[in-house]
Design a protein around this ligand. Structure first.
Ligand SMILES: Cc1cc2nc3c(=O)[nH]c(=O)nc-3n(C[C@H](O)[C@H](O)[C@H](O)COP(=O)(O)OP(=O)(O)OC[C@H]3O[C@@H](n4cnc5c(N)ncnc54)[C@H](O)[C@@H]3O)c2cc1C
Length: 578
């Protein structure tokens, strides 16, 4: 098997907010370093950061405070967060938003007095979500992309898919990453002193989902395979308002942003009843988990539209206001024949974000020396529920931190770390497995996976459904292993990459289902109908998922309340008001 080799100082996997920020910071810290970004998609055109609609949470407004942002995040995460990571997130977000405007060149919407406009997002006690209309991600990623292009020293390997993290021969540190150049189909081993995992999670194994098509949980599948500890794997966030445009289009599942509910949108069932009043006093402004669960319950009870969805209604807020404030969304809905500003739009809860991920410290380091993690691949910042607006703050804050940390690590740990070559060979063979099998129907397997995860590991779970899902996942995996590819060569072979996507999704789906089965209580996004109680907050635990010798083990660890304990608060309302 041919294997091209490349050496670099810092290898960054992924070109979302985390990956691009890391590259810029690492380059600023030491322009002499050789920095390489490898990305499954085209830089600037892929990943979810580009898709950010609503905005970016940051405590910069009069009356708000980092303490308030911190408490909203801790309480939203149902006390399962790593509080040191949250504190880093909320304090560094202020630095990062200034950097985005003053150094990267982003423009965010402003109030008439020149201050940044903050919009209302659910589950927050302050309107702190900074934005550029409802297309914030395009502004952020385009400007970041331009900054990266302006630095020829940053090497770009676009349409390169990472397939395995390779440790050194002695397993003491990371040595590099095995990739497939999607265009040629050739393998490439990139040896690096430091590697950043920033492939952005992406729970696309659910029937309805929002993340970009290039995301298939590859980073977490690779981390699982290497035996790294993963935290909170049961925590999959469902966004309440995914567009429901019928079964025959990928538009179904795409998100209609949180700001609609924040601005006063109403959710109605098929009988035009504003059902949130039956579930939560905060109505549509309750957190995503609460609203998604209420919607799922309405759907399960059959109180739906004739197509099986529910409605969001904005018309009572005034057509002109909706058109002005939510221009992008009004246009997207119109593309599918819905009138968001004046009529009703059909919606369904949709898998949106993955709170679980690789265990890391505040400097983004992981258990394996030389391997760092940032963005949606990392864990601990959101606990059981991510607040809308904390996702892009998370990826840019910790991407930047990774970019500051890695050059220091490289300087302090310079040296040769030859790779475990047997593992490279084994991983190449593993990726080529489908070429040795007879072609089959991958779509059938994907459909089964989407239904299994939606029905049995989704918004509402119980033991029997999780057992059923685990057994279905075994079948789906066996089916995948028996399914080969039509003869067609390896260059730009998208069916091969579909096969690899499915493999990552099945492996991580099993981890999700096992962690969900192990957590016998209900917190945030994880709701067990057979264990509806949240459990005692003061003795909260989080799950750790680790794969060893091919077997996944789930353990639990106590949450460390390093800053506040349940029942305490950091908010000093008097200080905030001054
Ligand atoms: C529709 C939508 C709207 C959202 N709106 C908001 C919002 O308003 N506010 C908010 O805070 N958050 C929002 N989010 C969440 C937010 O987008 C993410 O939390 C954040 O952008 C993730 O950044 P990231 O850098 O970790 O990953 P991404 O931006 O997703 O980037 C991942 C990168 O990894 C690459 N990659 C994937 N697999 C591989 C592989 N095997 N090898 C190499 N590269 C790989 C991808 O091609 C991509 O370049 C939204 C998400 C979606 C889907």
């Amino acid at each position: 098997m041919a294997l091209e080799q490349l050496k670099t100082d810092i290898l960054i996997l992924g070109s979302g907010g985390a990956g691009l920020f890391a590259a810029l910071h690492a380059h600023a810290a030491d322009p002499a370093l050789d920095i390489t970004i490898a990305s499954k998609g085209l830089i600037g055109k892929c990943g979810c950061t580009r898709m950010v609609q609503g905005g970016y949470n940051v405590a910069v407004h009069k009356g708000d405070s980092v303490e308030r942002h911190f408490m909203d995040t801790v309480e939203g995460g149902k006390w399962l967060v790593d509080q040191d990571l949250v504190w880093t997130l909320v304090t560094k977000a202020i630095e990062r938003i200034t950097e985005l405007e003053n150094e990267i060149g982003c423009f965010f919407d402003r109030n008439p007095d020149g201050t940044l406009h903050g919009k209302a997002f659910a589950g927050q006690t302050f309107d702190r979500t900074v934005h550029k209309g409802d297309l914030t991600g395009i502004e952020i990623i385009n400007r970041l992309m331009e900054q990266v292009w302006a630095r020829p020293g940053i090497r770009r390997l676009e349409e390169h898919r990472a397939v395995a993290l390779i440790p050194s021969k002695d397993r003491a540190a990371i040595s590099g990453v095995l990739l497939i150049d999607i265009r040629t189909g050739e393998f490439r081993f990139v040896e690096a002193q430091a590697v950043l995992l920033a492939t952005g999670g992406g729970p696309t194994m659910y029937r309805y989902h929002t993340p970009s098509g290039d995301k298939s949980m590859d980073g977490l599948a690779m981390a699982l395979h290497l035996g790294l500890p993963l935290r909170d794997m049961e925590m999959v966030q469902f966004h309440p308002t995914g567009l429901f445009a019928g079964p025959d289009t990928r538009m179904t599942g795409t998100v209609l942003e949180e700001g609609l509910r924040g601005a006063g949108g109403h959710l109605l069932n098929g009988a035009m009843h504003r059902f949130m009043a039956d579930y939560d006093p905060q109505l549509e402004r309750a957190t995503r988990d609460v609203v998604s669960r209420a919607m799922y319950a309405e759907m399960r009870a059959g109180r739906t539209t004739e197509h099986g969805g529910l409605y969001i209604k904005m018309a009572h807020l005034g057509r002109e206001m909706v058109k002005k404030e939510f221009k992008g969304m009004v246009e997207r809905c119109a593309d599918r024949g819905f009138d968001l500003a004046g009529g009703l739009v059909e919606v369904v809860p949709t898998a949106h974000y993955f709170m679980g991920g690789v265990v890391c410290k505040t400097d983004t380091s992981t258990e394996l020396p030389g391997l760092f993690v940032a963005g949606e691949d990392a864990s601990g910042m959101h606990g059981a529920n991510r607040l809308g607006g904390n996702g892009v703050a998370n990826s840019t804050v910790f991407g930047g931190i990774a970019g500051d940390t890695m050059p220091r690590w490289v300087r302090a740990n310079a040296g040769e770390r030859p790779p475990d070559e047997t593992l490279i060979e084994a991983e190449m063979a593993r990726a080529l497995e489908p070429f040795a099998r007879k072609p089959g129907d991958l779509n059938l397997l994907r459909e089964r996976l989407l239904d299994t995860m939606w029905e049995d590991v989704g918004v509402i779970r119980d033991r029997s459904g999780l057992d059923r899902a685990l057994s279905a996942l075994d079948d789906i995996e066996a089916g995948l292993m028996a399914t080969g590819l039509p003869d067609g060569g390896k260059h730009f072979n998208l069916t091969w990459h579909d096969w690899l996507n499915l493999r990552s999704l099945v492996e991580t789906s099993r981890a999700i289902a096992l962690a969900a089965r192990a957590r016998e209580n209900s917190r945030g996004a994880h709701f067990r109908e057979d264990f509806p109680d949240p459990g005692d907050l003061a003795t909260s635990t989080f799950t750790i998922t680790r794969q060893q010798a091919g077997r996944i083990e789930i353990s639990s660890e106590p949450v460390r309340f390093t800053i506040v304990r349940p029942g305490e608060t950091l908010i000093n309302d008097k200080a905030a008001a001054e």
